[in-house]
Design a protein around this ligand. Structure first.
Ligand code: ADP
Ligand code: MG
Length: 399
């Protein structure tokens, strides 16, 4: 076999973890610190140094496997790639010394069965180990030998199985600041732009108790007031409407502008536009022709235009990932700072409590209700909050 040299160069902060002889090792680190890149390199180096070793790379999705093959494996193996074989159907990479790497994903655990591997990396462990059975039924039985080395790497995602394994086995934890691949100034900017919980988890690699929880301090905002049927004479009100699109609800929220208190709440799932319009107009009249804000995205557009034609002053709010993020983050601040108040409205409180965020692979935060739940009341409250001036009016823009 031709001797071609591949330069395996690891950043010094990972050196001890890379060199470890432990069977199981966890490396929890912030985003883009170099986890995947360097443990892919480790896997290749280990397999090239001994013939006929069986390697395994487990990732989140099949698409990510292809991505890591193209971006990491292929360039790293470039000097010897003509001596390797990549089976695109079966996702097997065979190296020139007959060592090979099987690739599998949490998306298709049924394809991951029956082999006893010598070396493995479990990438994005915080995500793939959300399903405990993937570890207990599928992966764990594949690592029998004492000589086996399994590297469990990823950014924490709450206290799931990854956290348990992190505590059970030899582990390392690195913040984004530890990595030479991050610019410290850039990190400072990111820190300022995001909610502290997200920052702690995604960049400081902390295992948080309430991962995904968006609104903190909800109960402190609950008052023992009752809702009103109509506004008090001469008082200014703010009214926000999230319109039902498909299977969701239309929510109307009215707030007393003087104390930022919710005084009216209505929720219904009648998709008939005339019905919705009538409800909106009725509430608007009862609350002294309140200042009005309406979701004007997509379907809402027509509704918004129609309200404009009805001659009432209405402001539209177009939702994009970025405007939704800013609306939610302003509401998060208002709730944390007790700058908005509401009586005990079950639906509203449940929606606020269950509302979640997640972070895409590219680092974008997305806010949503969990699968099968609604967020119409949260959105309506966010819109009302957006419409009302704050005392010191120090709105933070997160966009
Ligand atoms: N050893 C290395 N040499 C050169 N660049 C590296 C190295 N390790 C990481 N990087 C750079 O850092 C980026 C992020 O690394 P990656 O391992 O994908 O991060 P993580 O898995 O921690 O999110 C890589 O795309 C690459 O540009
Ligand atoms: Mg990674």
């Amino acid at each position: 076999m031709n001797r071609v040299k591949i330069d395996f160069r690891y950043p010094s902060f990972l050196r001890e973890a890379i060199d470890s002889e432990e069977k199981y090792l966890c490396v929890a680190a912030g985003r883009r610190t170099g986890k995947t890149y360097n443990f892919v390199m480790w896997l290749i180096e280990e397999l090239l140094s001994t013939p006929k070793l069986k390697g395994l790379h487990v990732d989140t999705t099949q698409a990510n496997i292809v991505k890591y093959f193209d971006r990491y494996y292929f360039p790293m193996l470039k000097p010897i790639i003509h001596l390797c074989k990549w089976d695109k159907q079966k996702y097997v990479l065979t190296l020139p010394n007959q060592s090979y790497i099987d690739f599998g994903s949490a998306e298709r655990p049924e394809n991951l069965e029956g082999f006893n591997y010598d070396r493995a990396i479990l990438n994005e462990a915080g995500i793939i180990l959300k399903k405990e059975s993937l570890w207990t039924n599928t992966l764990r039985p594949m690592f029998k030998g004492e000589h086996t080395k399994v590297r469990i790497i990823g950014t924490p995602k709450g206290k799931n199985l990854y956290h348990k394994l992190f505590n059970r086995y030899k582990s390392f934890k690195f913040a984004a600041y530890d990595s030479p691949f991050w610019d410290k100034k850039e990190l400072e900017n990111i820190k300022k732009e995001m909610p502290q919980q997200v920052w702690k988890q995604e960049y400081l690699a902390e295992f948080l108790d309430n991962e995904g929880v968006v609104f903190r301090g909800i109960s402190e905002c609950v008052t023992n007031t009752t809702l009103l049927n109509k506004g008090e004479l001469g008082k200014p009100y703010a009214m926000a409407v999230d319109l039902a699109k498909h299977e969701d609800f239309t929510v109307i929220i009215v707030c007393d502008m003087s104390n930022r208190q919710v005084v009216y709440f209505d929720r219904f799932n009648n998709l008939d536009w005339n019905y919705q319009k009538q409800k909106i107009l009725d509430a608007w009249k009862k609350f002294n022709g309140a200042q009005l804000i309406v979701d004007s995205t997509g379907v809402g557009d027509v509704v918004y235009d129609d309200l404009v034609r009805a001659g009432i002053g209405v402001q539209g709010y177009k939702f994009t990932n970025s405007t939704k993020k800013s609306l939610i983050q302003n509401l998060m601040l208002s709730i944390e700072n007790r700058e908005i108040k509401f009586p005990h409205i079950d639906t509203l409180i449940t929606e606020l409590e269950t509302f979640e965020y997640d972070m895409s692979a590219s680092g974008n935060i997305r806010y949503n209700a969990p699968d099968g739940m609604h967020d119409d009341a949260v959105i309506a409250l966010g819109l009302a909050n957006f419409l009302m001036p704050k005392e010191d009016d120090s709105y933070v823009s997160f966009i």
